[in-house]
Design a protein around this ligand. Structure first.
Ligand SMILES: NC(=O)C1=CN([C@@H]2O[C@H](COP(=O)(O)OP(=O)(O)OC[C@H]3O[C@@H](n4cnc5c(N)ncnc54)[C@H](O)[C@@H]3O)[C@@H](O)[C@H]2O)C=CC1
Ligand SMILES: O=C(O)C(=O)Cc1ccc(O)cc1
Length: 407
């Protein structure tokens, strides 16, 4: 197992800075470079690594030999600045170009990237890098956030998350080993896929959810304030990633156009099914409204909405249940079935910390925590997920300590 002693991160934003923060505690010497010197300086201040002596020159062609001038001549570079591994963590549209320049600049280094789509990047690198391409290993950590930049970075961002590597037949096994070890050091679980299979998979699990979240959230623009004020946790869950960076995501979606369009067409069919069911319900007269047809007359039990359209709606939700149950737990394990304990938490400073402290005293591990809080309410509902075997004891102990735990 080869461990990189020195890593150059090119692009010190959310992902690049998280890589630095995650590698530094293990003793890796991390060099930081970014098109924006200010971003690189912030990342260094946060403890993600150091700036190479002489400043950072990327793509300027200025010829300065400071170890991070990717347009400079191939090594040797300043002693102490030669990386074993270069991690390109820049936007997708510049990734292939930076990878090719890093391969040329550092003839002994392995180069990897983290771009969210792989087929286009890998194809461009193979076309431009010649035999240097053997030292390139495509990569994609399946971890991130809806925020960008170094300030949003976290050293534990990749812990328990899949990190896809996309080696191709000519890739050196030693290069794959080095990137695999590095991802492992960051706590990630490495998965190998060919670039096309990777892009198909992320179209479904990452890019389709982003489009769906953005479209749902966009419906809220201009909605009456009173409607948005009623929002509960469901809307927050569904729209969290709608806060993502538009420029970055435009590149990601465009970089996976064909597989994503396939997924969106399938979603459109499902939307058409839902619409058809609702229109059929409406045509029959909505249940409970004046003019609604008598359910008994359409073959269902009296007093209940019934018939094929309502069945279609139930099927839609049930299919969602089945899909949701396939989503792995937080560390990529099989879907976790936690028991949930709802606790009413007063809306005052320190109340949530006090609840967490109490659960710690009781000796129960919190597997997950969800807070539902609506403005103007005096209490919020906190849902504490725990191992099913711990549920009853936790409910009892919390009630004994004065917490309100609804049945
Ligand atoms: N945001 C996310 O949740 C995830 C993003 N990714 C991928 O990681 C890469 C970086 O994304 P983020 O860290 O989120 O973006 P970010 O916007 O936080 O950071 C990107 C950084 O690259 C720098 N940069 C731009 N052009 C450059 C150039 N020519 N040379 C050097 N630096 C340059 C920018 O100044 C910026 O600081 C992207 O390829 C993205 O697809 C992968 C997994 C998750
Ligand atoms: O915020 C989330 O939940 C994400 O899933 C982030 C994410 C964004 C882009 C990627 O390429 C991979 C992961």
């Amino acid at each position: 197992m080869t461990v990189p002693g020195r890593v150059l991160v090119v692009g010190a934003g959310l992902v690049g800075t998280s890589v630095g923060l995650g590698l530094r505690p293990g003793g890796t010497d991390v060099l930081l470079a970014d098109a924006s010197p200010t971003v690189a300086a912030v990342a260094a201040d946060l403890g993600a690594g150091r700036l190479p002596a002489g400043g950072v020159h990327l793509g300027s062609g200025s010829g300065t030999d400071d170890g991070t001038d990717l347009d400079g001549p191939p090594g040797p570079v300043r002693e102490g600045d030669e990386p074993d591994l270069v991690v390109v963590a820049a936007p997708p549209d510049v990734t292939a170009g930076l990878v090719v320049r890093a391969l040329r600049r550092y003839p002994r280094a392995v180069v990897t990237d983290v771009a969210s789509t792989k087929e286009g990047v890998v194809r461009r690198v193979l076309a431009a890098a010649g035999e240097d391409a053997a030292r390139y290993v495509g990569g994609h950590p399946m971890a991130g956030r809806e925020r960008s930049g170094p300030m949003a970075a976290r050293g534990d961002l990749f812990v328990g998350r899949p990190w896809v590597l996309t080696p191709v037949p000519g890739t050196s096994p030693e290069a794959v080993d080095l990137v695999r070890t590095t991802a492992g050091r960051l706590g990630a679980v490495v998965v190998e896929l060919d670039p096309a299979s990777h892009d198909e998979a992320v179209a479904l699990v990452s890019h389709l959810p982003q489009v769906a979240a953005s479209l749902v959230a966009a419906r809220l623009v201009g909605a009456p304030g009173q409607a948005v004020g009623l929002a509960g946790q469901g809307l927050r869950d569904v729209t969290r990633i709608a806060a993502s960076d538009p420029v970055l995501w435009a590149q990601i979606l465009a970089g996976n156009a064909v597989p994503l369009a396939r997924q969106l067409r399938l979603l459109r069919e499902d939307l058409d099914r839902a619409l058809a069911a609702l229109e059929a319900v409406a045509a029959a007269g909505a249940p409970g409204l004046p003019g609604a047809s008598d359910p008994a007359a359409s073959g269902g039990p009296a007093g209940s909405p019934t018939g094929a359209p309502v069945g279609a709606l139930a099927r839609l939700v049930a299919e969602g249940n089945a899909g949701r149950a396939t989503v792995p737990g937080k560390h990529g394990d099989a879907p976790a079935v936690w028991a949930t304990v709802p606790v009413l938490v007063p809306d005052r400073p320190g109340a949530l910390a006090s609840l967490i402290g109490t659960i710690g005293e009781v000796g129960v591990n919190i597997e997950d925590l969800r807070i539902e809080h609506s403005p103007g309410r005096l209490t919020g509902v906190t849902e504490v997920a725990v191992l099913p075997a711990e549920r009853d004891r936790l409910v009892r102990e919390l009630r004994e300590r004065g917490w309100s735990v609804p049945d």
